[in-house]
Write a protein that binds this ligand. Structure first.
Ligand SMILES: [Zn+2]
Ligand SMILES: [Zn+2]
Length: 121
């Protein structure tokens, strides 16, 4: 027989089948790509001097071993840990992927072709 499927059920099963991939911690070597969280705009930690030029000491790097950036592998945007948690545990969507409108550029513009124009006079 026929089965009615509500859109909310579809959304739920979609998240079940395709859970939002975990974001990857961004190494200092790529941390210079971003200065703030893409979603909430909170500033990221400064890149420690020596982290990029290879002359760092282990002590320096371990003291600040985390760039505080988490990257979505789909859209490539960087996020803070707070937004990482929120995206994966609450909204189950990536703010960066959501705001990527590359697939939504095709907007129908020919809806004005109705010939029923009434001329008064
Ligand atoms: Zn954030
Ligand atoms: Zn994304």
């Amino acid at each position: 027989g026929l089965t009615l499927i509500l859109s909310t059920h579809l959304a739920r099963s979609y998240h079940h089948l395709f859970p939002l991939k975990n974001w990857v911690e961004v190494p200092w070597s790529q941390a210079n790509r971003s200065k703030a969280c893409f979603a909430c705009l909170s500033p990221f930690p400064e890149i420690p001097s020596g982290a990029l030029n290879g002359t760092h000491t282990d002590v320096d790097i371990k003291a600040s071993s985390e760039s505080g950036r988490y990257a979505c592998e789909v859209c490539g945007n960087h996020f803070c840990v707070d937004c990482d948690v929120m995206a994966h545990e609450t909204v189950h969507n990536c703010p960066g992927c959501q705001s990527d409108t590359r697939g939504q550029a095709e907007i129908e513009q020919d809806h004005a072709t109705n010939g029923d124009v009434m001329v008064i006079g």
